[in-house]
Design a protein around this ligand. Sequence first.
Ligand code: SF4
Length: 298
Amino acid sequence: MRLASSVVVEHGYKRSALYDLANNRVQRIPLELGAALAQPHLYLTKPQEKWAFYLEENGFLINEQASLWRPYRSDFLFPRIPKLHTLSVDLHAALSGEFVGWLLRSTNLLSMTHIVVMTEDGRQIEAYEFLKNINKLRIGGTYEILEERVPGALVGTLFDGNLTPRLQRTGSPSQLNNRDFICADTQVYSLTRQYSELVGNLHCDAEGCIFSHKDEKTYLLGTTSSQLSDILSSERYRRASKNTKDLRDQCKYCELRYVCIHPFTYRLDPHNIQSSPSLCVYDPCAEAPQNQLFAEAP
Ligand code: SF4
């Protein structure tokens, strides 16, 4: 018996979880069973055999020779600080000529794959003009105009490299629910880890202050009076970039940490980027099953 080819096992403090990357499913299992599944040869106790039967019936396990089993290690997916991929800019900063000059001096922008400009109502044309200026830098990837139409509800219009509108997406920050778990295939899994940790992002607010995300208000990385390359080589940026859920209080014990995209800006101590998440309804150290997290999202 072995794990199905699209299934990986990750361990938490009290439980393990099976991520079925092909079918967008997460199944929590007992920690001991998770440890057994991580071994090349599977020896199961009687209670674990019942679990194995359930998992086989639901396609997480396949009944084949144990010798075919290859233990999966996810850590190789995230060995280095990922390159900068997303820049978001408050329109106020975007309109200042100084900011455009700052961007033009910044060769690091060439690695960007997503540029987001955040607008207020009625300023979409100015936002589009700014994107046209940035487009002259020939940044590959996508562009986006993000509007806060009603408080707490975001509407984004995505453009391709020719600034042709591609699609609209909406989102609103909410308490963690089962929609906060994303996995599709190994490539998306790897990307999800990067995006869920919010590394590779930079945000420039209206005053020209640089943060690691548009919702980050406390952990300042620098200002537009510094060169972008200096900000990216600073200790503060390295610390923010390495701030994965593996290091954060509570999340580091959670078997769901690689599929959870609960934003790191929701944290109990705003001054400590490794502090426990706020608004998380899951306690990875509790014995209780906490099935509410897996209920159908409203
Ligand atoms: S935010 Fe909550 S569910 Fe997500 S990884 Fe952290 S502890 Fe787990």
